[in-house]
Design a protein around this ligand. Structure first.
Ligand code: TGC
Ligand code: FAD
Length: 391
């Protein structure tokens, strides 16, 4: 029998193939070398100054649009993509977020709904990290309810003219292409908008106390004139953007467990070395109860992520199952981080340790890609057959 491993108490590693482990280790090593030494500083300064450099490096290791096929994408399995998300978010949610938006939202939308010309134009450079993408669905007055969006695209002599505002858009100010969702005469449609188009601007949002090592922006579109072929031809209706969200939410199911793992490991190390009342605090039953509960939720969450990954690879994953995973894993991850914070005492609030950074990041993760309440209502509707979103 293999010895008990405190970092893998259920032996989940046995579920991985050698290729899965290679992907995980490549991303883990990259994050250890390129993110961990700097991330507390970026976080304190509230910026991600090297985002373009990081994007190219992530492109070089195949992490952008990882499960997509062709156009320079890695064609990895869903499980491998999930493992990458976990390792990136163990470094910082902001890095995973950049990768999620690039691959699972902007690239996925173009790959699935774009014309062949649009795919050729954008995807190879996005996979290489030469062009950064963003995904504009949320508006200042319409977040959980995107069906009520006001951004409008009007046909004009074969062109489209786009007007509106998007809010809280990851990668917005550094993007070369924005996938923007808008109302049209024929319902919600998507557009691949080159961000240099006159009338388009993306002011960065400052004063965030979460996701500080991440670029978040407003998108302002004032009479943005686009050629007819900027329309993503394959997406009609709200199902278009919502299907992209399934993929990004799936990555978060894994990613959140990365933040939780980082906090659990910090708490375990600290508890073994910190002494009070003449003994390591790990020796107190109350601390052991916290560590045991954290480990149980962490590894249940990782198992759940594996299960959903296998379903995605088999083509049988349902959106409600993604909601199940996102709801559970982000909610449990933030609890793990908060508990880790208590074990570290006053040191828990310091940027010298990762726990407060992860805990404040997860406040955003709890809200974006569908709030806790949205995922409860998705599951509530699936369980009862009654749609409770509108009263
Ligand atoms: P509803 O009437 O239920 O659905 C409209 C159409 O969409 C279809 N659909 C889906 N299709 C694929 N996947 C899903 N998950 C889908 N959910 C719904 C549905 O079948 C229908 O199709 P059709 O053909 O019948 O028209 O829509 P609703 O208006 O009642 O809204 C449902 C609700 C509330 C669940 C949805 O609006 C929602 O998910 N709201 C949350 C919004 C959200 O998550 N926004 C995220 C923005 S992007 C972001 O946050 C990026 S963060 C950065 C990072 O990822 O790191
Ligand atoms: P609201 O929808 O106003 O919700 C406020 C509260 O009301 C929540 O608790 C919500 O659950 C609750 N609520 C709403 N409706 C109901 C109901 N029917 N029943 C019960 N409770 C309800 N969006 C993008 O499009 N692209 C991005 O790249 C992106 N990146 C983001 C990055 C960050 C750092 C953050 C914080 C957000 C980002 N978002 C992005 C936006 C995110 O998706 C939205 O914030 C989210 O969908 C919630 O919308 P809202 O903030 O408008 O909250």
């Amino acid at each position: 029998r293999a010895p008990f491993d405190p970092h893998d108490p259920l032996g989940v590693d046995d579920l991985l193939s050698p290729e899965d482990r290679a992907v995980r280790d490549t991303v883990r090593d990259w994050a250890r070398d390129r993110v961990l030494p700097h991330v507390a500083d970026w976080y304190e300064r509230g910026e991600l100054p090297v985002i373009r450099e990081l994007a190219r490096e992530l492109g070089a290791i195949g992490a952008l649009g990882m499960p997509l096929t062709g156009y320079g994408c890695a064609g990895a399995s869903a499980v491998q993509y999930g493992l990458a998300c976990l390792e990136l978010e163990a470094a910082d949610s902001g890095i995973r977020s950049m990768v999620s938006v690039q691959g699972s939202l902007a690239m996925y939308a173009i790959h699935r709904y774009g014309s062949e010309e649009q795919r050729q134009e954008w995807l190879p450079r996005m996979a290489a990290g030469e062009v950064i993408g963003c995904f504009g669905l949320t508006e200042p007055d319409h977040g959980s309810d995107p069906a009520s969006m006001r951004t409008y695209a009007k046909r004009d002599n074969g062109d489209w003219v786009l007007n509106g505002r998007k809010m809280w858009i990851t990668n917005g100010s550094v993007a070369g292409v924005a996938v923007v969702w808008a109302q049209t005469e024929e319902g919600v449609r998507g557009f691949a908008v080159p961000t240099g188009t006159p009338g388009f601007s993306a002011p960065e949002i400052h004063h965030k106390w979460s996701l500080r090592a991440s670029v978040t922006s407003e998108l302002v579109m004032d009479d943005v004139r686009l050629p007819g072929d900027a329309l993503l031809p394959g997406a009609t209706g709200l199902g278009g953007p919502l299907s992209c969200l399934n993929h990004a939410r799936y990555g978060i199911v894994w990613g959140a467990m990365g933040a939780a793992r980082s906090c659990f490991e910090a708490a375990l190390d600290y508890a073994r070395s910190r002494e009070q009342f003449g003994r390591p605090i790990a020796g107190f039953q109350l601390t052991q109860a916290k560590l045991a509960d954290m480990a149980v939720e962490l590894h249940k969450g990782i198992l759940l992520a594996h299960h959903l990954g296998r379903r995605m690879d088999a083509g049988s994953l349902r959106p409600e199952q993604v909601s199940f995973g996102k709801l559970n894993n982000v909610r449990e991850a933030i609890e793990i981080c908060r508990t880790a914070r208590t074990i570290l005492g006053a040191n828990g609030i310091s940027l010298e340790y990762p726990v407060m950074r992860h805990a404040t990041n997860l406040e955003s993760v709890l809200t974006y890609e569908g709030t806790v309440e949205m995922h409860q209502l998705v599951l509530g509707k699936a369980l009862t057959g009654i749609d409770a979103f509108r009263g």
